[in-house]
Design a protein around this ligand. Sequence first.
Ligand SMILES: Nc1nc2c(ncn2[C@@H]2O[C@H](COP(=O)(O)OP(=O)(O)O)[C@@H](O)[C@H]2O)c(=O)[nH]1
Ligand SMILES: [Mg+2]
Length: 528
Amino acid sequence: MELRAVVFGGKFSGKTSLINAVFDQDLLQNQKRTAQCQKHQGNVCGRKLTLVETPGWWKHFPLSDTATFLKQELIQGVSLVNPGPHAILLVIEIDIPFTEKHRKAAEDHLGLLGDQIWTYALVVFTRSHSLKKRTIEDHIKKEGEALQSLIEKCGNRYCEFNCRVPNNTSQAKQMLEMIDNIVQSNSSGYFQIEAKRLEEAAEWKNTVKTKAKSRKSKVQEQRRELDKLRIALLGWVIAGKSSAGNTILNQQVFVTGQSTVNCNTAHGVVDGRPVTVLDTPSWFKYFPSQYSPSWIKSKILQNQTLTSSHCILLVISGDTSFKEEQKKVIEENMSFLGEQVWRHTIVLFTWGDILGDLPIEEHIESEGEALQWVIDKCENRYHVFNNEERENRLQVTELLQKIDEMMTRNSFFRPSTEMFGRIPAQDEVNTQSEASSVDSDLQDIVRYVDEEWRRRDKKLVERVTKVEKDSNAGLPKSDRSLDIPPNFNETSNTKPEDSIEKQEPETDPSETESCSEYINLFIALRFL
Ligand SMILES: Nc1nc2c(ncn2[C@@H]2O[C@H](COP(=O)(O)OP(=O)(O)O)[C@@H](O)[C@H]2O)c(=O)[nH]1
Ligand SMILES: [Mg+2]
């Protein structure tokens, strides 16, 4: 007749060694601890034997300290032998003292399977080599009350096993005989756990497995997100932001030489890494931040990529002057992102080609305190790009290294609550029509420009027109000014001189037109 048994016991009691010795083979070669029940089958002393190994409990600790998954596993272990185990083997090692705590832990853990368990229980003493000249009975007597009462609970059934003896058939035989006795005393029956208990355990396991799977995939998704590098480009108009975005992604994704009126996001793979770049309209080099339309600010601040950016690239053209005025413009505009933004910012100088062999440090030193203030705010993080040489991937690799270095020192950039307090609430933005808010911003700017015009005489305006015409006629590339690149065309293709005439905003300008007009006015002012 086939015999089936489930092996229980505390951790390190010798369950695995017992199973190995009974089947006389190393069934469990890997030295991993048993966290889940395992079924083993073989022929022992001419009998077909099935043994299920269960995870052990901590012998010194109460049931309440045992992890839930382990308790559930103990219950489910019996369901691995069909229709049920003939015996429950409780493994106890001989070479450590058996205390009251051990007894309580053993009884409580086995008690999880119901009171019926005890009529099928057999204590198997392992490491019996440590008995030396003593008998097992001497040992039980010496151990005292705790062990004796447990053995009693198990119907005074016990046997010993010296797992060190190879091919220990006599002890295996003795153990099988004891199991046979249990079968007989239970009228050839086998232990059956209460169906409800088993169902509950199975249902619990399924629920946990489903939840665990979904948590794991969430974690993996979060990891993939972490792998992605998110970069936001800020800086004044025509500093080279869109061009820098194209250089990073090594493709023409952002429109350059035109006003950027929206926040645009593009993705790519750089040095084997997923990278997301956010291009922004940002601000104007010579206008204080109060003249940056609020829709630009809110568009930038409410952009998801910016608020979760790993790095802000503050794009500054490397060949132009940088005065106190620019420092103020940058400081004010950056302040909308909160003071912590500086910890995540790297200055990206563009137009590296114009710098030629001149080290950027010499430009920084020669420009003076205003630029040095920005560099200091970024804790000396700066980099130079030549956007005309997109195929020079080393400049991008080096930038990514600098971003990585910065990230090792920082956690993610998160907008401060203070910052959110300073941008229009979503409701506000929705209720006001965007066109009307743009309109009122524009009117402010136009008023400002008007005042400027009045201060300057007509002659200067003529000079502006002349300079603009000269620029459009095409200067050698190296002579271009970054402030007003000759090929900087607005989306509306409106020439600056036309816009000078158009000082009044149209009655209901679209967002794009308004922005272009705004930029035209700005460009015109720069020629004065
Ligand atoms: N020579 C040169 N031109 C550049 C460089 N970066 C940008 N530009 C030019 O500067 C102009 C404005 O660049 P753009 O990227 O549109 O500026 P944005 O307004 O900050 O996005 C374009 O005509 C670009 O071709 C650079 O590193 N070298
Ligand atoms: Mg742009």
